[in-house]
Design a protein around this ligand. Structure first.
Ligand SMILES: *[C@@H]1O[C@H](CO)[C@@H](O)[C@H](O)[C@H]1NC(C)=O
Ligand SMILES: *[C@@H]1O[C@H](CO)[C@@H](O)[C@H](O)[C@H]1NC(C)=O
Ligand SMILES: *[C@@H]1O[C@H](CO)[C@@H](O)[C@H](O)[C@H]1NC(C)=O
Ligand SMILES: *[C@@H]1O[C@H](CO)[C@@H](O)[C@H](O)[C@H]1NC(C)=O
Ligand SMILES: *[C@@H]1O[C@H](CO)[C@@H](O)[C@H](O)[C@H]1NC(C)=O
Ligand SMILES: *[C@@H]1O[C@H](CO)[C@@H](O)[C@H](O)[C@H]1NC(C)=O
Ligand SMILES: *[C@@H]1O[C@H](CO)[C@@H](O)[C@H](O)[C@H]1NC(C)=O
Ligand SMILES: *[C@@H]1O[C@H](CO)[C@@H](O)[C@H](O)[C@H]1NC(C)=O
Length: 757
């Protein structure tokens, strides 16, 4: 076998080294670079899961990659003819995984996969798959600032010192002020990662930066190998600075949201892993490789603002596969829950060992008022505040085309010169509409938010004075236009306003439960700030700046992508305060202390104004201050998920795929656990058999200062989906778990009752 590893399918270099020594191997091995070497289209990328443990062959093969290469070679020999025609077979092995899965990624023909499936070591071949990517003010909001006496977490000298947050995203702008290394100590000795930026850019803040595109480059022909080792990603710069950006005084966007910017854990270290490419996405096998390496590099937290809606079960997605191995390593994975709400069953990254984060608003608005000719004033938001808009009333008109302002010719024909035009959502990017309106001569624009956004407005900077208004507000403006003889309007810009009542609300786009892959586990777990978040960017998108104008280095973005790094940063603070806590304990602390009420002490609303259900909220809105000292935690080890997986009736093969590198199990010989009995910080009971009652098991670990006197209150018998809560109350501690009681299949999911006990 050994000699055959240099046969038809021989590998000029081990796959791991290929990922690692990018520049060198590309220069030395042209066959490994993409672009024209695979014109036959015969090969595509597969993730191959194998059965045997590597130990099986350690006497012959020096390491996992040489062993994987030998497995590959045994099949390539069977496909000699194909190989002779295909020079790209020189670099068939893309990645050889050591931690997250028992297997490798390779370029193969369908015939070879067929051949492989006959081998005793073969388990499964997954065709290639693409995942998609999915703040100056938030520190005060979440209770991080302020005196230690008042619970300000940062003042207890905890800014995440010594904690390493690994971020998988589309790139990072290393020179951004948020990543300066002043005040930062060197990373802890366990740090074993690398910085592939040249020389000076990495520092004690940005301690690692690597790019994973060995799989992506085959899939996306023409994907340019990063010119720099890492691209200067918009998204990744934003998420990284949200999680752990250093303090930057005077951060703002066109004067709005002015303040000192800082991530949630301003003294934590950032290890960046580029796995996503703009307008392409994130390749599954590159994600797996990044997690594989990050765990060996020594990260404490992994922040993943990416996901896939089509994943079938926990064994076929890299976030849950990597997340399980991360849990074994004591690493918490904080992942975006998805942006495909508000429809039901849209949540992604829903494995119980992952923290699934939804998005809510903050209490900050960029208020701009539309004053109508009848003296009625209606509030919207704006990031396009002109220096001098003046106070004269201007003619106010509707787009007479499709209403969405998508035709410059229509706007010109309407003669919008000097007028304010109202434009509905849809058709074009709002930035494109703004440019057309400006060219057509409009003085200002009112942009209508989609109806589904409810009260939530997501303003963007635009080239002409623009106020973005909720759908309902726009209906009032249009009614006025219809009835007034000569409708007029003006804008009054009020700038950044805090303490907006009834905050937060759930973001309309935040994906919702129920959990498709495990209905008995409530997802999302928690929500965090994810609407209009100001954080670092390389530059403002969709805006042109004059040569003398300074390009703003902060921008506002919205998404569960923005919420997940908030939770990653807060998790770093908890980890710093409690170094021995397991990922499950940290997650429990975050969930059982989350807020279920808003800033006027009412249950948190959904964006349409109705009370948010647990399927939108999870345990609630993160409360960083309380999460530092939760009193009790619901703990779980990685091994505790095994009976849970067996209880889901997964085949042994799938269970073993997930729990690798734990030794393989046979479910028939294991206790099975019902979903409701997993020691999870939220509780879901599915009642599908009479009598409609359930006994739920939980055990809590006391991590607080004092012994507890326990009082419990629980949800009552079901009639449709019922929400309740379990509270352990003692002195200063309230440990709260949401309880969800769902009808079983066959009984329709009734409207959620607002029964809270
Ligand atoms: C694995 O072993 C092969 C051959 O024995 C060697 O060339 C390669 O460098 C090793 N790879 C790693 C990652 O250690
Ligand atoms: C720490 O507390 C003091 C008051 O005791 C306050 O002035 C200061 O802003 C706080 N610092 C932070 C970073 O919250
Ligand atoms: C780093 O790389 C960039 C882009 O390739 C190059 O312009 C710059 O000179 C390099 N800096 C150093 C210190 O090598
Ligand atoms: C609007 O208010 C102004 C000043 O208060 C007043 O002069 C004007 O008559 C009002 N217009 C209408 C239509 O009510
Ligand atoms: C458009 O309207 C403005 C202001 O009402 C007017 O001065 C201009 O002549 C009009 N242009 C055309 C082409 O009608
Ligand atoms: C509306 O505008 C037209 C033309 O600009 C003008 O003739 C008319 O008097 C105005 N009507 C009112 C009620 O202001
Ligand atoms: C949770 O379980 C892990 C693994 O058994 C253990 O190391 C940890 O101390 C436990 N408690 C907490 C609070 O993490
Ligand atoms: C697993 O199978 C058992 C026995 O067929 C069944 O009772 C149980 O409901 C199944 N569990 C799930 C989660 O489908």
């Amino acid at each position: 076998m050994d000699s055959r590893s240099h046969g038809w399918c021989s590998l000029p270099r081990p796959a791991i080294a290929a990922a690692v020594l990018l520049a060198v191997s590309l220069a030395a091995t042209p066959a490994a670079s993409h672009g024209g070497h695979d014109d036959t289209g015969l090969h595509s990328n597969y993730l191959i899961i194998v059965r045997k443990p590597y130990e099986y062959d350690t006497n012959v093969y020096k390491n996992v990659s040489s062993w994987h290469a030998s497995l590959l070679t045994s099949v390539c020999d069977m496909a000699k003819e194909t190989l002779e025609k295909d020079p790209s077979s020189m670099s068939r092995l893309i990645y050889s995984y050591r931690n997250v899965v028992n297997g490798f990624a390779a370029r193969l023909t369908p015939e070879e996969v067929e051949e492989m499936s006959k081998k005793d070591w073969f388990v499964h071949a997954y065709p290639e798959k693409t995942y998609q990517l999915q703040t100056t003010h938030t520190p005060q909001l979440l209770g991080l600032m302020g005196s230690a006496r008042r619970g300000g977490v940062w003042n207890t000298s905890n800014m995440g010192e010594g904690i390493i947050i690994g971020i998988l995203d589309d790139g990072i702008y290393a020179g951004h002020p948020s990543f300066h290394g002043r005040d930062m100590k060197p990373p802890p000795a366990k740090w074993n990662g690398r910085c592939d930026f040249n020389e000076t850019v990495c520092n004690n803040k940005l301690i690692g930066a690597r790019s994973f595109f060995e799989s992506a480059k085959w899939k996306w022909k023409g994907l340019r190998d990063p010119v720099l080792p890492i691209n200067e990603g918009q998204h990744g710069t934003h998420t990284s600075s949200t999680a752990a950006g250093s303090f930057v005084a005077g951060a703002n966007i066109f004067g709005n949201a002015l303040g000192t910017a800082g991530g949630m854990a301003p003294r934590a270290h950032i290890a960046f892993y580029q796995v996503c490419y703009v307008e392409k996405g994130c390749d599954r096998d590159d994600i797996l490789a990044a997690v594989d390496d990050a765990l060996e590099d020594g990260v404490d937290i992994l922040s993943l603002s990416l996901g896939d809606e089509q994943a079938d079960d926990f064994s076929d997605d890299p976030v849950s596969l990597g997340g399980y191995t991360a849990a074994m390593h004591g690493v918490l994975v904080s992942a975006a829950g998805g942006n495909t709400g508000p429809g039901p069953s849209t949540v992604v990254n829903e494995a119980p060992w992952v923290l699934t984060v939804g998005a809510g608003t903050t209490d900050r608005r960029f208020v701009a008022t539309v004053k109508l000719g009848d003296n009625v004033s209606l509030d919207g938001e704006s990031l396009s505040e002109p220096k001098n808009f003046g106070d004269e009333m201007r003619p106010l008109v509707r787009d007479v085309g499709d209403g969405m302002c998508t035709s410059e010719n229509v706007l010109r024909a309407m003669n919008v010169t000097g007028k304010i035009i109202i434009c509905d959502a849809g058709g074009e990017l709002s930035s494109a509409k703004a440019k057309m309106a400006l060219r057509a001569g409009a003085a200002g624009m009112i942009l209508v938010s989609p109806q589904v956004f409810g009260s939530v407005v997501v303003p963007r900077p635009h080239v002409l004075p623009t106020v973005q208004v909720p759908f309902a507000t726009a209906q009032k403006i249009k009614a006025y236009i219809r009835t007034a003889q000569n409708s007029t309007a003006n804008f009054i810009f009020k700038g950044t306003v805090f303490n907006t009542p009834k905050s937060p609300v759930v973001a309309p786009f935040s994906s919702r439960g129920p959990n498709r892959r495990s209905r008995g586990i409530l997802k999302p777990d928690i929500i965090g700030p994810g609407v209009n978040i100001l954080a670092g960017v390389p530059k403002i998108e969709d805006m042109e700046f004059g040569p003398d104008e300074e390009m703003p280095k902060f921008d506002i973005k919205s998404g569960t992508s923005m919420a997940a790094p908030h939770l990653s940063g807060i998790a770093a603070l908890i980890k710093n305060a409690h170094p021995t806590w397991s990922p499950a304990a940290i997650k429990s602390a975050l969930m059982t202390t989350a807020d279920s009420t808003d800033n006027v002490r009412k249950p948190i609303s959904d964006s349409d104004g109705s009370p948010a259900t647990y399927f939108a909220l999870g345990a609630g809105y993160v409360n960083a201050r309380k999460a530092m000292d939760p009193g009790l935690v619901y703990n779980l080890t990685a091994a505790d998920y095994v009976p849970f997986l067996c209880g889901l009736n997964y085949t042994d093969q799938r269970v073993n795929m997930i729990i690798h590198p734990s030794p393989p199990v046979e479910c028939a010989k294991m206790p099975k656990l019902e979903q409701k009995d997993l020691n999870y910080p939220s509780i879901t009971a599915i009642l599908d058999q009479t009598p409609f009652s359930a006994t739920i098991a939980r055990s809590a670990t006391n991590v607080g200062a004092a012994a507890h006197t326990v009082k419990t209150a629980s949800g009552r018998a079901p009639a449709g989906t019922i929400e309740g809560e379990l509270k352990w109350v003692s002195g200063k501690y309230v440990v709260r778990s949401p309880i969800l009681v769902c009808p079983g299949t066959g009984r329709s999911a009734a409207t959620p009752a607002t029964e809270r006990t």
